[in-house]
Design a protein around this ligand. Structure first.
Ligand SMILES: Nc1ncnc2c1ncn2[C@@H]1O[C@H](COP(=O)(O)OP(=O)(O)OP(=O)(O)O)[C@@H](O)[C@H]1O
Ligand SMILES: [Mg+2]
Length: 208
């Protein structure tokens, strides 16, 4: 389906999917986050991870932070993505605690404050994590991912195409972000699975 690859078609689809998740009520958001959390706790990729990244939700994204108390209990190190300064629009991952100083980045998204170098020793490249919980705008039956359109995760995960460490990549989303089929671009990095409040879709096979 060549037309789906057209930048205009991708933009239109992104907009529609973002509107859908923004239309969810506070109650629906909360229920979805609780269900997501239940599903995530069952995944081997989450259970075995000692270093895991998640994100603070914006724009109606499903909230993975309900997992935090459970992760703390298991002594898992938790990381948040941070825009790499002076770089190619890719991400670093910075250790996150309740007391971590936070600052808004240029997109208005809160991230650990690395400006004064205090967290220089707490930051890791994506390959050093065991599991990444990855936000997305759309996903399909084969766990293909459509992000916000900046290519940030794709750039940060480009190493996955080479030999070497390969963290598990778990996309998370609301069920309403699922579409029949998404266009896959050469630079799109495949996910291990996508978990929503209603299903677990593994790459390479269909399951719910
Ligand atoms: N590894 C890469 N190196 C350089 N540019 C890249 C790379 N990956 C993606 N890009 C660029 O990023 C742009 C956006 O990519 P894409 O539409 O796949 O974004 P996305 O997956 O929705 O965003 P994100 O990864 O931030 O969630 C593309 O036009 C592409 O040129
Ligand atoms: Mg992409």
């Amino acid at each position: 389906m060549e037309s789906l690859h057209h930048p205009e078609a991708k933009r239109t689809l992104r907009l529609a999917l973002r509107r859908q998740r923004l239309a969810l009520s506070k109650h629906e958001q909360r229920q979805a986050a609780l269900r997501l959390c239940q599903q995530l706790k069952r995944l081997p990729e989450i259970q075995r991870a000692k270093r895991i990244s998640l994100y603070l939700p914006v724009n109606g994204e499903i909230d993975p932070t309900l997992l935090l108390p459970w992760l703390r209990q298991r002594n898992v190190d938790v990381y948040l993505p941070v825009l790499r300064p002076l770089s190619d629009n890719s991400l670093w991952f910075v250790n996150y605690h309740a007391t971590t100083p936070m600052v808004k980045n240029r997109f208005g998204i809160l991230e650990p404050d690395t400006r004064f170098g205090a967290h220089r020793h707490n930051r890791l490249p994506a390959w050093a994590l065991d599991t990444l919980i990855v936000p997305l705008v759309g996903f399909d039956a084969e766990a293909n991912r459509m992000g916000m359109g900046g290519g940030f995760y794709d750039r940060s995960l480009a190493f996955m195409r080479r030999q070497g460490p390969a963290p598990a990549l778990i996309g998370v989303a609301h069920a309403c972000q699922r579409v029949e089929s998404l266009p896959v671009e050469p630079w799109d990095v495949p996910l291990t699975a996508v978990v929503s409040d209603e299903s677990i879709v593994r790459a390479g096979k269909k399951k719910s």
